[in-house]
Design a protein around this ligand. Structure first.
Ligand SMILES: [Zn+2]
Length: 196
């Protein structure tokens, strides 16, 4: 499991962190040997949107690491004090300058290697209201045949997008979950394949 190595206690500042399993706990945690503070590290949520407008999709090329130079749908880390819906709309605004209305959840996928969970919504484009942010190098609405399928941040992003395009042609959208490394995002309800 990947976690940042913690050296100093966030409570008392002591350089006395050891990995221990606190009484009643199920995992090893960094525990301060000075004050007993237990440091819990849990996955972060990344919220984003598929934004379709006139048959094209809003994609941004990342200006920063990780994955600098790769393309993705707008998405970013949820902040404390906001809902995941607010996080998705805020990230779109910050990265692209676009205002969106969320329509529904579309895909949930986990990246256990990075301790991340992605929650992707379908959203309606409501116009650009400010310039795009520093995390974005380039921004474009792309048709299906313009999407840089081999230069996307994660295989799952490509699968979500291609599934969306396929479903749109049939006029009905499902709800999916999956796992990033195989790029497979499965429909809810097919439990056997969901946890491959
Ligand atoms: Zn401490």
């Amino acid at each position: 499991m990947l976690h940042k190595t913690i050296r100093y206690c966030s409570q008392c500042g002591a350089d006395a962190i050891r990995q221990q399993q606190p009484p009643g706990d199920t995992h090893l945690r960094p525990v301060c040997q000075q004050c007993g503070h237990v440091i819990y590290q849990n996955p972060t949520v990344i919220a984003g949107c598929i934004i379709e407008h006139q048959g094209k999709f809003l994609l941004g090329r990342r200006a920063i690491e990780p994955m600098a130079g790769k393309w993705s749908i707008p998405a970013g880390f949820m902040e404390n004090g906001e809902t995941v819906e607010q996080a998705a709309a805020r990230e779109v605004l910050e990265e692209t300058g676009a205002k969106v209305d969320l329509l529904s959840p579309y895909s949930i996928f986990s990246v256990p290697q990075m301790n991340q969970v992605y929650i992707i919504f379908r959203a309606r484009f409501d116009g650009f209201v400010q310039p795009f942010g520093d995390e974005t190098a380039e921004l474009a609405f792309m048709a299906k045949d313009e999407v840089p399928w081999h230069h996307l941040t994660y295989p799952a992003i490509g699968q979500i997008l291609s599934r969306y395009i396929h479903e749109e042609s049939h006029g009905q959208f499902g709800l999916y979950m999956g796992n990033f490394d195989v790029g497979l995002v499965h429909p809810f309800g097919t439990a056997n394949s969901c946890f491959n």
